[in-house]
Design a protein around this ligand. Structure first.
Ligand code: PHE
Length: 431
């Protein structure tokens, strides 16, 4: 049985409100080698075997960014590891034979052929942004979880790796742009499984309307924008998917009201692929746009590409294995990925008493730091609190390479390194 529904597209308007107890929903969806990364000619003398190359500098839009400006081992507010720094210049969305680049072009085509008034495209804006751009400008409250060190990569207290392309909305509006698409790599600390990777790609869409646009419709401007937005994204979804099953879900974003999410049925589950809504008036006013309304959307390119190209694991997007890269060609949207083989997984469990400061994201970062893309999943399989009030967690780590079979020795070695590092860095007590 295929996982895709053969029914015609369902755009249900079902209203399921997804608010967490504090009323804030983390905007969550909703991830080779770099031609632009500059590799250090001499690797630092580290005896540890690393799963990723040490990169000394990256090039973003012609600007060279040095490692030491982004990875600061001695600064407690800096939580950017080398594995993340090395992704900064990669810009998978700008490779025209890569699924992410192919998908980006297909979305561009939809906008170019359906809108007489062109959308401007930005795809080379630096992912290193200020907290003002990433949070304040788009009205993210001071106590919102997304601002925490647990969720976002901080370079310093005022600088982050953007966690969404919405970070560019206000600056582009202030510069006078009113219809645009922004594509870029975004960064989020997260758990590990086949659909989550700490770097992924988003496309932001933004469209401003003036009174002459909605006056004739006789509609309330907010309603006018919401209807236009849904029509636009339904058309886009049909352009990309034809007949996949979908549904709209009401949600919350700090920067839009009303806000919606579009979900797609994938692998027997509903997968969130985009967030959108009518832009909060304050954002328009702050950018000098009185008497206007606007809509915005942000979509996760990996999520969509996994469905479109049948890509089973998000790590594959980063593979330089020819058996992956050679399967996709410029402009070819219909291609389905043929798995070259599935190598056996290896499961290892680790149990420890956690400390108050323990978080699963921190644990996952340690595991990724050691095993890189050899880790497929980390899941909590048991937890309990004893009479003394100590809490124990047991995690199952699934190791699996997408390119070869792992040896027992190699996996044991990774696991023992994980044990050492977890104890050292996370202040937990191994059991
Ligand atoms: N920035 C949101 C996210 O990353 C998506 C979004 C963009 C939602 C624009 C509404 C409007 O989850």
């Amino acid at each position: 049985m295929t996982i895709f529904s053969v029914h015609s597209t369902i755009f249900s308007r079902a209203s399921v409100v997804l608010l967490s107890s504090n009323g804030f929903k983390r905007f969550s969806f909703a991830s080779s080698f770099s031609s632009t990364a500059v590799y250090s000619p001499r690797l630092p003398k580290v005896k540890k075997q690393r799963r990723y190359p040490i990169v000394s500098a990256v090039d973003i839009g012609g600007v060279t960014i040095a490692r030491n400006d982004v990875v600061k081992d001695d600064d407690p507010t800096n939580n950017v590891p080398d594995s993340i720094f090395s992704k900064l210049g990669m810009q998978l969305h700008r490779r025209n034979k890569h699924p992410i680049g192919i998908l980006k072009s297909a979305i561009y085509n939809y906008f170019d052929s359906n809108y007489a008034k062109k959308f401007e495209k930005f795809e080379d804006l630096s992912p290193i942004v200020t907290t003002k751009q990433n949070f304040d400008d788009v009205l993210v409250p001071a106590d919102h979880v997304s601002r925490s060190l647990n969720d976002t990569y901080y370079v310093d207290p005022q600088t982050v790796l953007r966690c969404h392309t919405s970070a560019h909305q206000a600056e582009l509006l202030r510069k006078g742009h009113s219809r645009f698409l922004v594509t870029g790599d975004v960064y989020r600390r997260d758990s590990i499984d086949s659909t989550h990777y700490p770097v992924f790609h988003q496309m932001e869409g933004f469209c401003v309307f003036s009174p002459e646009d909605w006056n004739d419709s006789g509609m309330d401007p907010t309603l006018y924008a919401a209807e236009d937005l849904k029509k636009c994204l339904e058309g886009l979804a049909r352009h990309l998917f034809g007949s996949v099953e979908m549904r709209w879900v009401d949600t919350y974003f700090p920067f839009t009201n009303p806000s919606f999410e579009l979900e797609i049925y994938f692998k027997e589950d509903w997968l969130e692929v985009l967030g959108c809504g009518v832009t909060e008036q304050v954002i328009l006013k702050q950018s000098g746009l009185e008497n206007k309304v606007a809509w915005a959307f942000g979509l996760g390119l990996e999520r969509l590409a996994m469905v479109l190209f049948d890509i089973p694991d998000i790590r594959l997007f980063w593979s330089s294995d020819e058996r992956f890269t050679s399967q996709f060609g410029k402009g070819e949207l219909g291609v389905k990925f043929k798995p070259y083989s599935k190598y056996p997984p290896c499961y290892k469990d680790i149990s420890f008493w956690i400390s108050d400061a323990f978080t699963e994201n921190n644990f996952c970062e340690v595991v990724r730091g050691i095993a890189g893309d050899l880790v497929e999943e980390v899941k909590l399989i048991d937890q309990f609190t004893n009479k003394k009030g100590m809490t124990s967690h047991c995690y199952r780590i699934v190791f699996r390479s997408m390119e070869r079979s792992l040896t027992d020795e190699e996996v044991n070695d990774l696991q023992s390194k994980v044990r050492v590092e977890v104890e050292k860095k996370l202040n937990v007590e191994l059991r």
